[in-house]
Structures are given as structure tokens and as C-alpha cells.
Design a protein around this ligand. Structure first.
Ligand code: NAP
Length: 490
């Protein structure tokens, strides 16, 4: 089979319809929406374009499945996740090709995401049987307290395009483990990985109606009525802060439980006592994973003056050696950005920084030709107030600025409304602890450029979000705590 034939076979294999109540079906309107390859701009295929009535059908299916699923023994729920984990792992090559086609990241990165995504299922398969409760004697000894944890109920899940599978399994895993039925809406640009996952979960034995998948070009029109309906009890969203704010307002109507994984503006601090080569390795990971299109991407490099020049030189060398191209091609390390708007934003932010005095060490322009490619870029002397430092870049651009002391570094790192993650490179343990404590973020990468791990609590503070995904607290987001006051007689 040629590479083209294999791509076509993988695309043909994915369901293109809505998954509602265990049945794949077209949108009620019969409408479809194209999925594009960001490396070529060409349509790969069409998927169902749901309208509000389809959304309501999905919510009704989830509501109908809820009580039965909540009653399923935790071990059985865990075993469904475990089987799905194994199936994803066995099919990693096909799933990676599918992801690269719809999202653009190089095949090696798609494989890494699929492994990461599957690990959420393995982790929550184990958590399903560890949902605990409590028993206590009241302080005056007269009563007993019984604490029980129960599924929160029907969940609405909305995911972004940058990690098409992992952002889904990070929500679906704990929801299944806790016993919640759900409606999930993947991003319009990348629905195929989620549709493939729906088929896998059905094959793994997930009961009909527990997972309903809605693809639509009208996210607001379809999801708002579901959020305001009242049958769903939880909204879990990963995406931009702007959309998250809007959804929080809508969720307030029926006082839904919410989890919000929103935007970031991570600083990457390099102190003069750091191992510089390790810092550059960390920088490559924190900046270039997913072509910079990650909420955790290092957005602002702040480097202490004595090592700033050496750091910039080493980083520019490594960035300049990266091979850019369609993610399916051998040796490619940097794929295209997701769409024309994403590329235009990166162009605009770099122009703004250069107009305000930043120097271009390497890159600084789009690649040209078809697809939305931007050259890996290192900029120095970037003014702190330039848009590159205040907005999420979501592209392969590393802006470097210089600081003189720890207090200045901390103040600069915290000077943002976001608070998802920051990175710190230093070999001084006292400084490391001081800086980690002083950073306003839900996560810190200390001498590492990667924080994501299914066994660790992922999430932000300030306008980067509410709640945590993964780790031992991840399942709590899908559980309600009930307290029973027990009166004792005799
Ligand atoms: P986005 O525009 O906010 O979209 C995210 C999801 O929300 C998509 O499925 C989108 O559907 C949907 N959506 C958009 N408007 C909506 C509305 N009015 N009502 C209901 N749903 C709506 O974000 P994105 O561009 O896909 O993703 C990039 C953003 O996600 C970045 O800010 C990034 O930092 C953030 N992110 C955060 C995390 C984290 O864990 N903190 C992880 C990954 C990404 P359509 O696709 O149809 O527009």
C-alpha cells in the first residue's frame, strides 16, 4: 500500500456521523462540514454538522443512560477503560496518521499524544475502584458522619483542536470511572480523532448513550441550549479563556459544576546558575512541542543577563536545525499551524515585536507555499510590553528578554492575567524553592520543559482556569460528596 493509500484507508475507516444513544447517524438537517489538512489546505473528508435538535437528542440519550451507568460496578467501568487503553495502544500508528492529517503535528508527536491520551484511560481504570468515602464520630459523640461520593451526573465536555485525543481522554476517563454519561463536542478543525475514539469505546463495551459525540460548525448554537437545559450537571471545557468566560456565564444559569482548562502565557526563567544545555533542551520541549500550539507552551523566555547571549545563540542553533514540513513526511519535526487565522496571528505578533525593537535571530517569517507554515523563530531584546509577551503566541516563536535579579524575574513572570504554568531553570535549591513558591501558576516545571502527566494534577489559577485534570484529584471533578448525618439511639 502506498502512503497515500494508507492515509485514505485510515480516513475511510473513521465514522463521520454523530454518535447518539449508541447509534451513528447523520445530522437531522443532513448537513456536513469539511475537515481540512492544515499542511495543504485541502479537504480530507466531511463530517456531520449537528444542529440544536441533534444536540438535544444527544443530551436526552446521556440523561437516559445516566442512572444505569452509575449503577454499573466500578470494576466493570474500569475494565472498559482498560480495554480501550489497550486498543488505542495497539492502533497507535493508524491513530497517529489520522491525527497528523487533521491537525498537522509530525507523526512522532501524534504518537506521543496518543500514548499520553491512552494513559489517562489506564490511570482512571485504576482510579474507578478507588472511589472512597468516610465515616466519623461527631465531636460530641452523639452522631455519626457518613460521607459518600457519587457521580455528578450528565456531563457536557468541550475540547480544543491542539490535542485532539488527549484533551478528550483527560475528561472521558474520569467521567467513565466516576459513572457519568456525557455529551462531548470536539473542535471543528479536528473531529476525526474523537470519532475514532467513540468507535473504540463502543468496541470496548461502553454502554449505549454513555458517550455521545456531536460535531458541529455552530458550537455556540448547539451547546448553549444544552448548558441551559438543566439535565446536565457538569460542564468541563478546555479551550481559550475568552470562550471559557462565556461558558461560565451560561453555566451560572443552572449553577453547573464547572472545570475550565483555559489559556496560558508561560514564562521560561533561566538563572545564571542553571545548566545551560539542560535549559536549552527544556526550552525546545516547552516551546516546540506541538509547534508551539500548546497551552503549556513557553511564551516568554526571561534569561539572566550573564547567560542571555549564550542561551539565545544555543537556542537559535537548535531552532534553525529543525525540519519544517507536512507531518507525515520522514524527518519532519515541525508541522503547519492549524489554519490561516493562526498563522496570521503569529505574523502579526512578530511584526509588532520587531516594530518595537526586537531583533530577529532566526526565522521571523512564514515559509510560503501551500499550508500554514511558520519558520521556527528566535527573537531577542523583546520589549516586555509587546504583544508577544502578553498574548498566547500559539506558534514556533521564542521571544527572549533579559532580567537582572530574582525579584525582577518573579515580577515579570507574574505580570499576566494567566496562571497555568511557568518553567524555572536553576541549580540553586534555595532559589528553586523560593521561585516555585512565588510563581502565580497552577504548575511549575523545575529544570524540565514538560509538566503534562496523567498521574499529576493539571490546571491553572487566575484566568487559566478552575479545577484540575488527572492525578488522584482528577476523578473528584466528576464526583459529588454527600454527607449523611446518622443519629444514634441507645
Ligand atoms: P476555543 O476557540 O476556545 O475552542 C475550544 C472549543 O470550544 C472548540 O471545540 C470550539 O468549537 C468550542 N467553542 C467555541 N466557541 C464556543 C461557544 N460559544 N460555545 C461552546 N463551545 C464553543 O479554543 P481553541 O482555539 O480550539 O484552542 C486553543 C485554546 O485552548 C488556547 O487558548 C489554549 O491555551 C487552550 N488550551 C488549554 C488547555 C489547558 O489544559 N489549559 C489545553 C489545550 C488548549 P469550534 O472548534 O467549533 O470553534
Amino acid at each position: 500500500m502506498t502512503d497515500c493509500d494508507r492515509e485514505q484507508a485510515v480516513l475511510d475507516d473513521v465514522p463521520k456521523d454523530l454518535l447518539i444513544g449508541g447509534r451513528w447517524r447523520a445530522a437531522a438537517s443532513g448537513r456536513t462540514v469539511p475537515v481540512e489538512d492544515p499542511a495543504t489546505g485541502k479537504a480530507l473528508c466531511e463530517v456531520a454538522d449537528a444542529g440544536p435538535e441533534d444536540g438535544m437528542d444527544a443530551l436526552a440519550a446521556a440523561a437516559a443512560a445516566q442512572d444505569g451507568f452509575a449503577a454499573m460496578p466500578p470494576r466493570e467501568r474500569g475494565e472498559i477503560l482498560r480495554r480501550a487503553y489497550e486498543m488505542i495502544t495497539e492502533r497507535v500508528d493508524d491513530l497517529a496518521l489520522l491525527m497528523t492529517c487533521e491537525m498537522g503535528k509530525p507523526l512522532a508527536e501524534s504518537r506521543a499524544e496518543i500514548t499520553y491520551a491512552a494513559e489517562f484511560f489506564r490511570w482512571f481504570a485504576e482510579e474507578a475502584v478507588r472511589i472512597d468515602g468516610g465515616y466519623a464520630v461527631s465531636p460530641n459523640g452523639a452522631n455519626r458522619f457518613l460521607l459518600m461520593k457519587q457521580p455528578v451526573g450528565v456531563c457536557l465536555l468541550i475540547t480544543p483542536w491542539n490535542f485532539p485525543l488527549a484533551m478528550g481522554t483527560r475528561k472521558i476517563g474520569p467521567a467513565v470511572a466516576a459513572g457519568c454519561a456525557m455529551v462531548i463536542k470536539p473542535a471543528t478543525q479536528t473531529p476525526l480523532s474523537m470519532l475514532a475514539l467513540g468507535a473504540i469505546l463502543a468496541e470496548a463495551g461502553l454502554p449505549d448513550g454513555v458517550l455521545n459525540i456531536i460535531t458541529t460548525s455552530d458550537a455556540g448554537g448547539v451547546m448553549e441550549p444544552l448548558i441551559r437545559d438543566g439535565r446536565a450537571r457538569k460542564l468541563s471545557f478546555t479551550g481559550s479563556t475568552a470562550v471559557g468566560r462565556k461558558l461560565l456565564e451560561q453555566a451560572a444559569d443552572k449553577v453547573l459544576r464547572t472545570s475550565m482548562e483555559l489559556g496560558g502565557n508561560a514564562s521560561f526563567l533561566v538563572f545564571d546558575d542553571a545548566d545551560l544545555d539542560a535549559a536549552v533542551d527544556g526550552a525546545m520541549l516547552a516551546k516546540m512541542r506541538n509547534m508551539g500550539e500548546a497551552c503549556t507552551a513557553a511564551n516568554r523566555f526571561l534569561v539572566q543577563r550573564p547567560v542571555a547571549e549564550a542561551f539565545a545563540t544555543k537556542l537559535a542553533e537548535r531552532m534553525g536545525a529543525l525540519q519544517v514540513g507536512r507531518g507525515t513526511e520522514d524527518g519532519v519535526q515541525v508541522g503547519p499551524l492549524i489554519d490561516a487565522a493562526g498563522l496570521a496571528k503569529v505574523v502579526e505578533l512578530v511584526s509588532d515585536a520587531v516594530a518595537h525593537g526586537a531583533g530577529v535571530r532566526i526565522g521571523g517569517e512564514p515559509l510560503g507555499g501551500p499550508g500554514h507554515f511558520y519558520r521556527p523563530t528566535v527573537l531577542t531584546d523583546v520589549p516586555r510590553q509587546s504583544r508577544l509577551n502578553t498574548e498566547e503566541i500559539f506558534g514556533p516563536v521564542a521571544p527572549i528578554s533579559v532580567f537582572d535579579d530574582e525579584a525582577e524575574a518573579l515580577a515579570a513572570a507574574n505580570a499576566t492575567e494567566f496562571g497555568l504554568v511557568n518553567y524555572v531553570f536553576t541549580d540553586d535549591v534555595n532559589r528553586a524553592l523560593r521561585v516555585c513558591e512565588g510563581l502565580d501558576s497552577g504548575m511549575v516545571g523545575l529544570n524540565t520543559g514538560l509538566v503534562s502527566n496523567p498521574a499529576a494534577p493539571f490546571g491553572g489559577v487566575k484566568q487559566s482556569g478552575l479545577g484540575r485534570e488527572g492525578g488522584s484529584v482528577g476523578i473528584e471533578e466528576f464526583l459529588e460528596l454527600k454527607y449523611v448525618a446518622v443519629g444514634l439511639r441507645g
